[in-house]
Design a binder for this molecule. Structure first.
Ligand code: C2O
Length: 536
């Protein structure tokens, strides 16, 4: 293993999409940002230099950060932001992980343009557990707003209403031709007939779960969230913000051009959304004038397509890559996730109330000192450890809204002993609108052991849990009006954020944190902070 050095200059860059230009926040002037390459067990040092007017922090989404929470990146959770003119070196070792992940800004809505791929290759000489592809291609899915995204969310927070949806989706930074800007090109994926390619799909969109499809070609899914799964074939991939999926695609035609489409799964946040981003798979022998074979993306809210994909996911669970699912559970947690309302006398557009979101009826309030610093240096008054293990009001999903949607505010964490095991059932409340919540846990991978519609039944549902080969992930979609159950081992000391990866829901408060105590052993404590850790 070796040490890899990267320099991320956070700079403004004037960028044109949809036939209009605006300055955006970028890393090294690029959208999407540069790919970070490493190998399993490498140490990575990224110097982030903030040359913009915003506070900045970068998160290495899915990297476990064993004992190095200081490098995790969520602003005010594990670090104070890097202020304009300042810099910070994220220093972490990639332990026992290989595959595709993503990095992204973890403050404000900067993630909309500040994101990129992380590619972790297996240790030297260790092959993939599937045939080595001819070539690997990173495919980043995202969104594009014509207006400034900070203005979009600030406007929404003032009014109390939902923010505007984006103006387009993008594939590797490009929406493809759309009716109001037909001249704009899309991303092209050149292929040779007979060869197999691995696409490293990443959903970096702020607010949209996406379907991904290639006309005329089957996709073989081999990995999700940088963990191997049992390969299966599908023509459509479902991918939520924060998730990554590796697929193999064999160029089994002789010639031609084939449409690649990324389209929204649901109406999100609470608005109609029909936009599809397009790219082209282009056989090398094909004339550029020849027509493109089209494909119909699944219709919006195609739950059957989504469920089929999700239910096909199984851990590889081989001798070399065993699924170590916790069987004995120390903490049995039940969290409701959903939207609600708070009183807001100044919100004229919201009739004196504003949209909020919560977990167990707690709308998380961001602290002004980073939680990890408060924890490490014993600074009191920053957070409380009374995050409820169950919702204060027993939740019963009936399909219609309860009388009381009010939430309480707090900076509450849930405390876990080192190496204790956790089962967490995430129950969607689906009260205000159909919502699918892709929930991301920092610092851990977890096993997705069960999933269902309606109310979770703690007596009968566990009987059908998959404890043998459940998929291992870091981000999981909680289905609309349903639940998902995850299990993990709290073997990483520190403070770990958990939140909905739809940025609008995070902003509204659908977030909390776990505090994992130090263990007693020599390698079971949080390391001390680096000397350049940003000050608040
Ligand atoms: Cu990818 Cu806390 O985020």
């Amino acid at each position: 293993c070796r040490v890899r050095h990267y320099k991320f200059d956070v700079v403004m860059k004037n960028t044109t999409r949809l036939c209009s230009s605006k300055p955006i926040v970028t890393v090294n002037g690029r959208f999407p940002g540069p790919t970070l390459y490493a190998r399993e067990d490498d140490t990575v040092l990224v110097r982030v230099v903030n040359k913009v007017k915003y506070n900045v922090s970068i998160h290495w989404h899915g990297i476990r950060q064993l004992r190095t929470g200081w490098a995790d990146g969520p602003a005010y959770i594990t670090q104070c932001p890097i202020q304009p003119g300042q810099n910070y070196v994220y220093n972490f070792t990639i332990t026992g992980q290989r595959g595709t992940l993503l990095w992204h800004a973890h403050i404000l809505w900067l993630r909309s343009t500040v994101h990129g791929a992380i590619v972790i290759l297996p240790k030297r000489g260790v092959p993939y557990p599937f045939p080595t592809p001819h070539e690997e291609v990173v495919v980043v899915l995202a969104e594009w707003w014509k207006s400034d995204t900070e203005a979009v969310i600030n406007e929404a927070l003032k009014s109390g209403l939902a923010p505007n949806v984006s103006d387009a989706h993008t594939i590797n930074g490009h929406p493809g031709a759309v009716s109001n800007c037909p001249s704009q090109g899309g991303f092209t994926l050149p292929v040779d007939s007979g060869k197999t390619y691995m696409l490293r799909l990443i959903n970096a969109a702020l607010n949209e779960e996406l379907f991904f499809k290639i006309a005329g070609h089957q996709l073989t899914v081999v990995e999700v969230d940088a963990t191997y799964i049992k390969p299966f074939k599908t023509d459509t991939v479902l991918i939520a913000p924060g998730q990554t999926t590796n697929v193999l695609v064999t160029a089994d035609k002789n010639t031609g051009k084939y449409l690649v489409a990324a389209s929204p799964f649901m109406d999100a946040p609470i608005a109609v959304d029909n936009r599809t981003a397009t790219a082209t798979l282009h056989y090398s022998s094909t004339l550029s004038s020849s027509p493109t074979t089209l494909t119909n993306p699944p219709p919006k809210n195609a739950t059957a397509v989504a469920n089929k994909f999700i239910n096909s996911l199984r851990s590889l669970n081989s001798k070399k890559y065993p699924a170590q699912v916790p069987l004995k559970i120390d903490h049995n947690l039940f969290f409701t996730v959903g939207l609600g309302v708070n009183l807001c006398p100044t919100c004229k557009a919201g009739n004196g109330s504003r949209a909020v979101a919560s977990i167990n009826n707690v709308t998380f309030v961001m602290p002004t000192t980073a939680l990890l610093q408060a924890h490490f240096f014993n600074i009191s008054g920053v957070f409380t450890t009374d995050f409820p293990a169950n919702p204060p009001n027993v939740f019963n999903y009936t399909g219609s809204g309860p009388a009381n949607l009010q939430t309480m505010n707090g900076t509450k964490v849930y405390r876990l002993k080192y190496n204790s095991t956790v089962q967490l059932v995430l129950q969607d409340t689906g009260i205000i609108a159909p919502e699918n919540h892709p929930v991301h846990l920092h610092g851990f991978n977890f096993f997705a052991v069960g999933r269902g519609l309606g109310n979770y039944n703690s007596k009968t549902d566990p009987q059908s849990f998959n404890l043998v080969d459940p998929p291992e992930r870091n981000t999981i979609g909680v289905p609309t009006g349903g639940w998902t159950a995850i299990r993990f081992r709290a073997d990483n000391p520190g403070v770990w954020f958990m939140h909905c990866h739809l940025e609008v829901h995070t902003t509204w408060g659908l977030k909390m944190a776990f505090l994992v105590d130090n263990g007693k052993g020599p390698n079971e404590s949080l390391l001390p902070p680096p000397s350049d850790l940003p000050k608040c």
